[in-house]
Ligand binder design. Structure first.
Ligand SMILES: *Cc1c(COP(=O)(O)O)cnc(C)c1O
Length: 364
């Protein structure tokens, strides 16, 4: 790409979290509650384009009550992790894919696109300055959250003329509190996540806002996550609120719903398909109905199912519940193929396994 990354001005936080307090936080960070000392900020206006790139102290933002994002939800985000490598260094997994997806999401939400170089540079600079925030807990990582929102002070309905792009970092342990070996799913029959022509393939906050009531329904029925069906027929499995889904069959093949425009194109999803195919497994991107899922689980044709995404990595699905009844997948715990493919991915991410695809991007 032609454009060079801008130079980020570095303004160090004059009052960082004291070392002893930080150590306490990093021993058990949980997910998304602990944050580092700095953030990256780049401003955009129609008049000046992208400007004022800096790394600065993490602090609350001051927003006008008429800022467009507060009214019309023009907002997108990304999520990626920095991992500790076996040799003690740090690396990100396929950050260029996140940069491209962020641009695609911006296009769908009528927002300006930030260059891949600026996106990657903002993250590298921020991880560098906050590298001492790497969690000490086993399996920990730095969860990196780039996001962008409409900041123009105007109540008219139109694409904003001003935006803020920011990056924050949360040191994290595991995503699921319970650390359960397999999660339970609730099939939402009252709500859908995305419709044809909608924003299902964009990573925008609005998709999540509309999924919360369905997730609450899942929780009420004692399930960990909600699984969404397609909006037109209420028949085809699409994905979970924030994770893609895979099915494993007794002939060793895998299947995942196709990217039809209503599913978020997960980078974990795509990586797992590549790894499975490299192992010689058949991977189909084909629609799978909820009725087929139930009957295959009951007949034993389906042996495993798992959810995947950056935050949850690869998470076995143990059981599925709906008003029509419940069914168990395999023995209700993690399956062999699920565990093997997860290990393969994690080994690459941690610099333990070979990286034939050039997915690992070392920082510093
Ligand atoms: C982010 C996200 C995923 C997973 O994408 P990854 O790139 O694998 O992290 C899946 N579904 C939804 C709705 C998402 O927002």
């Amino acid at each position: 790409m032609a454009s060079a990354a801008p130079k980020f001005a570095i303004e160090r936080n004059a009052q960082p979290v004291p070392v002893a307090d930080r150590a306490k936080l990093l021993a058990d960070p949980g997910f998304g509650r602990v944050f580092t000392d700095h953030m990256a900020v780049v401003r955009y206006s129609d008049a000046k384009g992208w400007h004022d790139a800096k790394i600065t102290a993490r602090k609350p933002l001051s927003l006008d009550p008429a800022a467009a994002v507060l009214h019309y939800a023009q907002e997108i985000f990304e999520g990626l992790k920095a991992y500790r490598l076996a040799d003690g260094g740090m690396a990100m997994f396929r950050p260029d894919a996140n940069a491209r997806r962020f641009r695609a999401s911006a296009e769908r939400l009528a927002m300006p696109q930030i260059s891949e170089e600026t996106f990657l540079e903002s993250i590298r600079q921020l991880v560098q300055i906050d590298r001492d925030w790497f969690p000490t807990v086993e399996g920990g990582s730095l969860y990196i959250r780039p996001f962008m929102f409409a900041s123009e002070v105007f109540l008219g309905v139109k694409p904003s003329s001003e935006y803020l792009y920011l990056v924050i970092i949360s040191p994290v342990g595991g995503y699921f509190k319970s650390g359960a070996p397999a999660v339970s799913l609730w099939i939402s029959q009252n709500y859908t996540r995305a419709a044809p022509g909608g924003t299902g393939a964009a990573k925008c906050g609005g998709n999540y806002a509309s999924s919360l009531v369905a997730q609450a329904e899942a929780t009420k029925h004692g399930c960990d996550q909600v699984v969404f069906l397609d909006a037109a027929e209420h028949k085809w499995v699409e994905e979970l609120g924030g994770m893609n889904v895979f099915f494993v069959f007794n002939d060793g093949s895998l299947q995942t719903p196709p990217l039809s425009g209503t599913i978020l194109p997960g980078i974990t999803r795509e990586s797992l398909m590549t790894l499975a195919r490299a192992e010689g497994l058949t991977v189909r991107e084909e629609p799978y109905s909820i009725d087929q899922w139930r009957s295959d689980a009951q007949s034993g044709r389906l042996t495993e199912a798992f959810a995947c995404g950056t935050a949850a990595v690869v998470t076995p699905i143990g059981s599925v519940k709906s008003p029509d009844g419940a069914f168990t997948i395999g023995a209700g715990g993690p399956g062999q193929t699920t565990l093997r493919i997860k290990q393969k991915l994690v080994d690459i991410q941690r610099g333990v396994g070979a990286d034939p695809y050039g997915w690992v991007s070392r920082i510093g």
